[in-house]
Write a protein that binds this ligand. Structure first.
Ligand SMILES: Nc1ncnc2c1ncn2[C@@H]1O[C@H](COP(=O)(O)OP(=O)(O)OP(=O)(O)O)[C@@H](O)[C@H]1O
Ligand SMILES: [Mg+2]
Length: 318
């Protein structure tokens, strides 16, 4: 939305410095790069890159662990139907769609928390579920909460490098769970989900109330965790960039919010993104330098060209 950008950098809770203004494209690339050329200042050791987005590899020969028929669920004023699908080992499935369209309802059906009105689910897998709305009614420290879930994993070197350090969790160890900020509580809730022993991790809006920079860190950490351990995941989120970063396949929810929702079959990321963006009449390109997905200005040359050729979602940087 903005034409120019200032970057604020410094040290949490100590000091902040405001950069000179930059055009927004330059500013975002500088932010991702971690280096301010005008000021000659490096404010982050490593650049943020989007390579995993560009090389999302879909595994085709793995075993099916959940199979469901067409499903329906109705409440007094709302009905959702979901097209049949199969979740395979090592699938990372993103779920996108507007508010009040049945995404959480579907995840709760898969997790076995609510019953459908019609349809069957054949599950050979265990699911660990992070709800959309978080509770913090635990009267002890973060460390005692996490170690009560999985003490061994907390001490594991791999888990520390892939999750605890990037999310800066150790700093929170001595804090009381019921005093955490929204973003801190979200990170702890994600960990509580991932630290359970399960085949599928179902995360409902892991980026909610988390700041922009931490969203990427969380996206990457979840991705590494799932891939390194050969697990599967289903992730609902409104942050398209996070979904793009994290998932290999997609389910798109469409319909009339609060009235009726339709969940698509499980699609390739390209097909799913295209369907979602077309529905919203938005086209995406890739930033040449960072690979970051960018929304084309409506009516611009690229927007018109991509709409004509039906490519709403661009995978390649060109
Ligand atoms: N237990 C319930 N009883 C009655 N209606 C419900 C119940 N749970 C959900 N609904 C309704 O079903 C619809 C879909 O809710 P759901 O939570 O699945 O939406 P969502 O797609 O996850 O939305 P959001 O993006 O806002 O989280 C909403 O209109 C909601 O009010
Ligand atoms: Mg929801």
């Amino acid at each position: 939305m903005s034409h120019s950008i200032h970057i604020l950098y410094g040290e949490n809770a100590a000091y902040g410095i405001i950069s000179t203004a930059m055009p927004s494209r330059t500013g975002i690339n500088v932010l991702l790069d971690g280096y301010l050329p005008n000021e000659n200042i490096r404010f982050r050791d490593n650049p943020v890159t989007f390579d995993s987005v560009l090389h999302s590899d879909v595994i085709t020969d793995s075993n099916t662990i959940v199979k469901y028929s067409d499903l329906t669920k109705s409440y007094d004023d709302f009905e959702v139907s979901i097209k049949s699908g199969e979740i395979k080992e090592r699938d990372v499935i993103g779920i996108i769609g507007p508010n009040s369209i049945g995404k959480t309802t579907f995840m709760q059906i898969l997790a076995g928390l609510i019953k459908t009105n019609s349809g069957e689910i054949n599950k050979k897998a265990s699911i660990s579920y992070k709800p959309q709305y978080l509770k913090s009614d635990f009267n002890d420290t973060v460390h005692s909460l996490l170690s009560s879930i999985n003490d061994e994993m907390l001490e594991e070197a791999l888990f520390q490098t892939e999750m605890l350090r990037p999310l800066k969790i150790m700093k929170l160890y001595e804090k009381q769970v019921n005093e955490l900020s929204g973003g801190e509580l979200q990170k702890i809730s994600i960990l509580m989900c991932l630290m359970q022993n399960a085949d599928i991790y179902a995360l409902d809006e892991p980026s909610a109330v988390v700041d922009v920079e931490d969203r990427l860190v969380i996206g990457r950490a979840i991705n590494k965790f799932i891939k390194n351990r050969g697990k599967s995941a289903i992730i609902i989120d409104h942050d398209i960039q996070l979904i793009d970063l994290i998932s290999d396949k997609l389910i798109i929810f469409q319909g009339k919010p609060g009235i009726n929702g339709i969940g698509s079959g499980i699609q390739s990321k390209f097909g799913g993104m295209n369907m979602f963006l077309k529905d919203m009449e938005i086209t995406y390109r890739r930033d040449i330098e960072s690979g970051r997905p960018r929304v084309n200005k409506p009516g611009s040359r690229l927007d018109r060209e991509q709409k004509t050729s039906g490519v709403y979602y661009h995978i390649k940087t060109e």
